[in-house]
Write a protein that binds this ligand. Structure first.
Ligand code: PEP
Ligand code: MG
Length: 589
């Protein structure tokens, strides 16, 4: 039998053999599906029903958005309704079905193509953007064609390998959170995309960046997904299956070792305690995180509540999620971060206008302070879930002191409201901030007086500080967490918190790298929050060193001139003394 090996990027380890399911992707093609003339009236009926369902859907979302976040976000759905109700669109679709005897899907594709050409000839950029709205409406109609059969229920992916062109954050959350997906293979994507992060958290072997895997597989094909080495094999013969079977056994043994480490105490060789915690995006990840030895949830990325659904969550829906987190993680702490949208994480419900520079735009707390009703609902729900006293609240992307003042007022109002309505909450719920904007780092001494704790978000902080977009292949080589500038900045932030007796955690990817975690330990950090699968190796590394030595070595390293010099110096000074700290690697590295 012919078989094919494809190379991609392994973003979540593990080896799996299974059957392919291709994610539905609505593609407007020029292929025509004809129907016999007597089917035409039925097809027109089918179109009519889909238009009706689409209208109801858009109206419902619009109403919800208007009451919860205001008119300015709802107007986009008015535009969608106008497109939907445009007689030239509906009459055009009907005419195509009648005159060309085609299925509604083909008529929609033809109309889509017509608009695509029309917009392509327009010079004005703003009007050009409106094509996205037409596509959006046509896609919704398409989805609603068979709504009676498959209404809102994602296909059953249990025990299957999901192959898709790409998974947007909302799709990843919706599809992977169902549970039971064996593995994922994508044409697009990189290691820091949210689909990748989520797959890692849920322990789903995943390979991305395969370019055209969707073109090369068919539903029902057998596939090996090797997320450890970034390989996908289509319809492997017996010999190849056997080879992968033995690799899988080796990998499973390594995983067992990880789970064993998870039960050990988090204490350094010289008796200093540290706390490994988990970054998660879904409550479903809690069990997995605890099994890897997480001593709490150090970061719950609450924006995923929004990304998983097509309507806005109500206060009760928020509450159920936070309550579940607090209950299942109890007595350990849960740090809930209020929504951080913007950049690649945009809210599907709100149709946020594209910004010229999203990384510097309306993100995180900036968005929440502009959409106070949305923020108020979230704060109320988190406070209500805080009765067990193990919830802490993190505010993302703080830039200046005034934001703290504004947040304080909103919290006070929410607390007064809840009290008057007879709700219970933790009156002393700790409220801390992410340090991920360089300006906040520079005034961290002042901020530490005003807040209960810091959580350092090095993913963003270093990106802004070093002026490097990590996903840009031309400049990503400049992203160096061991840059002496980065070490100095981190030391200053950690010291600012310590001088005020405040807790400080770090929840960027940096915390998941054993060498970098040792350096952070030397800088005074004790709480490390990361993707749960990395906890055992970090724990093993930190258990193998002494704080007093590491502190001295890191202090010396900060006077060196470059990241490379720092790295060489640290390895030279620590490798011989603590060889165990550097032992934990995967089976294939
Ligand atoms: C960070 O910026 O380091 C962080 C943890 O936040 P996120 O990755 O969600 O932006
Ligand atoms: Mg961040």
């Amino acid at each position: 039998m012919d078989y094919l090996r494809l190379r991609g990027i392994g973003v979540s380890p593990g080896i799996v053999l299974g059957e392919v399911v291709l994610a539905e992707r609505i593609i407007f093609t020029t292929r025509k599906d004809y129907i016999p003339p007597h089917r035409v009236p039925k097809e027109i009926e089918r179109l009519g029903a889909a238009l009706l369902r689409t209208r109801e859907e858009i109206t419902a979302i619009k109403d919800q958005v208007r009451t919860m976040v205001g008119e300015e976000h709802a107007f986009i759905f008015d535009a969608h309704l106008l497109i939907l109700e445009d007689p030239s669109l509906t009459a055009g679709l009907e005419r195509l079905i009648r005159e060309e005897n085609v299925r509604t899907e083909s008529a929609l594709s033809e109309v889509h193509e017509h608009y695509r050409r029309l917009f392509a000839s327009i010079a004005d950029d703003y009007i050009k953007q409106r094509q996205a709205d037409v596509t959006d409406v046509l896609t919704r109609i398409h989805r609603n064609l068979d709504a009676g059969v498959n209404k809102g229920v994602p296909e059953d992916l249990r025990g299957k390998i999901l192959v898709a062109h790409e998974l947007l954050p909302s799709e990843a959350a919706m599809r992977l959170s169902q549970g039971g997906v064996l593995a994922v293979a994508l044409d697009m994507g990189g290691p820091t995309s949210h689909a990748a992060i989520l797959a890692r958290s849920l322990d789903i072997p995943t390979v991305v960046g395969l370019h055209d895997v969707t073109q090369r597989v068919n539903v029902g094909d057998q596939l090996i997904v090797d997320g450890t080495d970034g390989e996908v094999i289509i319809n492997p013969p017996l010999m190849v299956r056997k080879e992968f079977q033995s690799k899988k056994v080796k990998y499973e043994a390594y995983r067992m070792e990880l789970r064993r480490v998870a039960t050990w105490a988090s204490v350094t060789l010289d008796g200093v305690r540290f706390a490994p915690m988990a970054n998660i995006e879904l409550p479903e990840e809690i069990g997995h995180a605890l099994s890897y030895g997480a001593e709490g949830v150090g970061l719950f990325r609450s924006e995923f509540i929004y990304l998983q659904r097509s309507t806005l969550p109500t206060e009760e829906e928020h509450f159920e999620i936070y309550d579940r987190l607090a209950r299942e993680v109890f007595p350990r702490p849960v740090y809930i971060r209020t929504i951080d949208i913007g950049g690649e994480k945009s809210l599907p419900q709100l149709k946020i206008e594209a910004e010229p520079n999203p990384a510097l735009g309306l993100r995180a707390i900036r968005f929440s302070l502009r959409n106070r009703e949305l923020f108020r609902i979230q704060i109320r729900a988190i406070l209500r879930a805080s009765v067990r006293r193990n919830i802490r609240i993190i505010i993302p992307m703080i830039t200046e002191m005034e934001e703290i003042g504004a947040i304080r007022v909103l919290f006070r109002e929410a607390q007064e409201e809840l009290t008057s309505q007879g709700h219970k909450f933790d009156p002393g719920v700790p409220v801390g901030i992410m340090i991920e904007v360089p300006a906040a780092a520079a005034i961290s001494d002042l901020l530490a007086r005003e807040v209960d704790f810091f959580s350092i978000g090095t993913n963003d902080l270093l990106q802004y500080y070093l002026a490097v977009d990590r996903s840009n292949e031309y400049v990503s080589y400049l992203y160096k967490p061991l840059h002496p500038a980065a070490l100095r900045l981190l030391k200053y932030i950690i010291g600012s918190a310590a001088r005020q007796g405040k807790d400080v955690a770090l929840c960027g990817e940096m915390a998941a790298d054993p060498l970098l975690a040792i350096v952070l330990l030397g800088l005074g950090l004790r709480t490390f929050s990361m993707n749960p699968i990395f906890i055992p190796r970090v724990k093993k590394a930190l258990r193998a060193v002494e704080v007093r030595t590491v502190r001295r070595v890191v202090q010396q390293a900060m006077n060196l001139r470059s990241a490379q010099e720092v790295e060489e110096y640290i390895i030279e000074k620590l490798l011989l003394k603590y060889p165990d700290a550097f032992l934990m690697t995967g089976p294939s590295s």
